[in-house]
Design a protein around this ligand. Structure first.
Ligand SMILES: Nc1ncnc2c1ncn2[C@@H]1O[C@H](COP(=O)(O)OP(=O)(O)O)[C@@H](O)[C@H]1O
Ligand SMILES: [Mg+2]
Length: 251
């Protein structure tokens, strides 16, 4: 069964770092599709993979083909899109990566967008796990209509403001059409244990924390050298955090 995990939260909280390590750990258990849904596309760097063409480009090509009428009426457009998406994918021995690229734009009631989601959902079914590194907004999540999200991880820094924002995300999700199985909070960059005020806010806001991830002293050096995050040594706090999440999810 394909399990879809979406990592959300505001900019700079550690979504990409956590997504890459989740993908890396899950790749030891099954085949993983990593989706970079952030237009700034940096999941590939975290995973040490080259950046290819984006899905946004594939969608634009298809829209153009439809407008110009260059697709033969005997060819199913969905099949053309499937093919274009496969071309945009970066394959590696452990993880396949798909970068969404440019956002869909304001005209969201668009046949191409709907077809795009259908193609991606069809693709995701071939994997044991899909990990989505979200953009800061909830666009991608709110527009999902076909495949449901099994686990939504909202990442926050250990601040009251961050935790409050995470609670707001949880409430928003409930109002959306998207079905989300479980919503958990990940508090990232914790230094000397979880401050009692934060702990209280989590309880008061009705959030369920799956892991407190500690500040990782090994990360800065990797980033200075431009090395992938997945090269973090065993037992480094971020890696431990990702493994704790996976184990608590029962994956
Ligand atoms: N647990 C951590 N310890 C130390 N640095 C971290 C940790 N988590 C994230 N960072 C750093 O914080 C910055 C933002 O992380 P990133 O994953 O890019 O955030 P996002 O994808 O949410 O914008 C990066 O420089 C990253 O290395
Ligand atoms: Mg990011």
């Amino acid at each position: 069964m394909a399990t879809m995990i979406v990592v959300a939260g505001k900019g700079g909280v550690g979504k990409t770092a956590i997504s890459s390590l989740l993908a890396d750990s899950l790749s030891k258990k099954g085949v993983v599709l990593a989706i970079d849904a952030d237009p700034s596309t940096n999941l590939n760097t975290a995973l040490g993979l080259p950046l290819s063409c984006t899905v946004g480009k594939a969608r634009e090509d298809l829209t153009e083909d439809i407008t110009k009428g260059t697709i033969s009426p005997t060819v199913a457009k969905q099949d053309v899109l499937d093919m274009k998406i496969r071309e945009a994918m970066v394959e590696s021995s452990k993880i396949d990566l798909l970068a969404m690229g440019r956002p869909e734009g304001p005209g969201c009631y668009c046949a191409a967008n709907h077809m795009l989601r259908l193609s991606i959902d069809r693709l995701a079914k071939n994997y044991d796990y899909t990990v989505v590194d979200s953009e800061a907004g909830l666009e991608h999540i709110s527009r999902r209509t076909t495949q449901d999200i099994d686990v939504l991880l909202t990442v926050s820094d250990p601040t009251i403001r961050g935790i409050t924002a995470a609670a707001r995300v949880k409430d928003l999700i409930k109002e959306m059409r998207t079905k989300v199985g479980k919503i958990y909070l990940v508090v990232n960059r914790v230094k000397n244990g979880l401050p009692p005020d934060i702990d209280k806010a989590i309880t008061d806001l009705g959030l369920e924390m799956i892991a407190a991830v500690y500040e990782d002293p090994n990360l800065a050096e990797l980033e200075v050298k431009g090395k992938p995050i997945i090269e973090l040594p065993p037992n480094s706090p971020l890696r431990n955090g990702a493994e704790e999440i996976i184990s608590k999810l029962g994956l």
